[in-house]
Each structure stands twice: as C-alpha cells, then as structure tokens.
Design a binder for this molecule. Structure first.
Ligand SMILES: [Zn+2]
Length: 243
C-alpha cells in the first residue's frame, strides 16, 4: 500500500448507516479491506442490471443470453470471450437516476465485503454518450454519484478513468483530460487506465499522451497489459512498458 492509496479523498461518512456498519464490522472480527482493481460496471449485481435494462427498455444484442453470457464462471478461450458481458454492460445507464441506482448497489456490495477503500475504474465517455451529456457533465455525475454512495457506506474511493484501446484512444484520452481540467482537476480522480482487447491497436502517440498526463496532473497510470499472450505488452518486457 503506498501513500497515494492512503490519501484517497477523505469522504468517510458520519451518517447513521456508516456508523452502524462500523459497529457491525467491529463485532464481526473481519479485517478491513481495500480493493485496488474494480471496474465499476463489472461490480454491479446481476439483479440490478436486469432491473435497469428493464426500466430503460434496453434491447439485448443479437445472440446475447443474459443467464449464459453476463457472468463468466469458467475459463475463457480468449480475452474477447471474457469481455462478452461488456456487450451489455456498456448499454446502460441512460437515465441519471439509474447511475445512482447502480452505484449504490456496487457500494453496498463493497460494504458487505468489508471494503473500506476502493480504486474504482470507469469510462466517462461511454456515460456521456449514453446520457447525452458532455464528458465534463458525465464526470461530474460520476463524482457526485459515487461520492454519495461512498459517504453512505463509509467507504473512501478514488476514481480511475479508463480509455479503451483502438483508433480513437488518443482522441478519447485528450477529451477526458479536457473534462477533468474543466472541472478543476477534482481530487476524486486519482488515475488513468488503458484497457481493452490487446489485439486491437492504438495510435503511436498514445504512450506519450499518458506520460504527459502523468507529468502534468500527477495522476497515477495503470495499463491492462499481457492479458492476451502478447509478450511485448507484459510489464516485464522492457520495450513494452512505458510507465
Ligand atoms: Zn481490469
């Protein structure tokens, strides 16, 4: 655990619920836990997903079966297969209130598991697209929604903003950094992340843009790498590690 993790934005709640949870934790004898790698949409209970999809009248992609494809319970043949649930996880929330709904469900799950602080990854560009708002508004909504849920459950959280590999990754990184800057570089955001299928390329300038963002804003950087057998992407491979 490094100092950055200890310095996650102080949003410990003093609500009745948070106090009650504290008492339960003391009584349970369980250790407090930290989660350093959580994709927010990947942590939503299936029941909540089903309710939101129904509320927003979302049509599932052709061939997607909720029971079979939403949760991965056995080894996959490829990262693409493992990422199948994201065909649906990227289709919501289109309503502002459903962002709060899923956020509260995610933090309730953290509380149930005695998680006291979490580094939470999410993409604000997909949220902006779904909610038909600007990236800055999407980031503001994400900060508000997760902040309220974090306070309710007495959990400290830091946000990591994810960029997905692909032709538009450099443009998307610039767009989300502009949103972060427009909001006054909120302390809630602690890092940037590159994710997605490593068989998909990205613009040559992307590594230097991540480096520049790290240098300018002091944000942490995480890279999903070496997940598809591409040895040059593995952090242990000197030529493939740029942070
Ligand atoms: Zn991940």
């Amino acid at each position: 655990m490094d100092q950055r993790q200890l310095d996650l934005p102080g949003i410990m709640g003093d609500t009745g619920l948070a106090d009650e949870l504290d008492e339960n934790r003391k009584g349970s004898g369980l250790c407090n836990r930290g989660e350093l790698h959580v994709h927010m949409n990947g942590a939503i209970p299936a029941l909540t997903i089903r309710e939101i999809l129904a509320d927003e009248e979302t049509v599932l992609p052709a061939g997607f079966e909720f029971e079979r494809d939403l949760v991965r319970t056995s080894p996959c043949q490829s990262l693409a297969e493992y990422l199948t649930p994201w065909q649906v996880l990227r289709l919501f929330p289109r309503k502002r209130e459903n962002l709060d709904r899923l956020t509260h469900a995610v933090f309730a799950g953290f509380a149930d598991n005695n998680v006291r602080f979490v580094e939470l990854r999410s993409s604000i560009l997909y949220l902006a697209s779904l909610q038909k708002c600007s990236p800055a508004q999407a980031l503001e909504r994400l900060i508000e929604s997760t902040g309220k849920a974090a306070q309710r459950y007495g959990i400290r959280r830091g946000l990591i903003l994810t960029v997905t590999r692909g032709d538009y990754s450099a443009v998307n990184l610039s767009t989300l950094l502009q949103a972060y800057s427009d909001l006054g570089e909120p302390k809630d955001v602690i890092g940037l992340d590159l994710a997605g299928d490593e068989e998909i390329g990205y613009p040559a300038e992307l590594p230097s843009l991540f480096q520049a963002a790290k240098d300018r804003f002091g944000l942490g950087v995480t890279i999903h790498a070496g997940e598809t057998g591409r040895v040059v992407n593995h952090p242990g491979f000197r030529g493939g590690c740029f942070v």
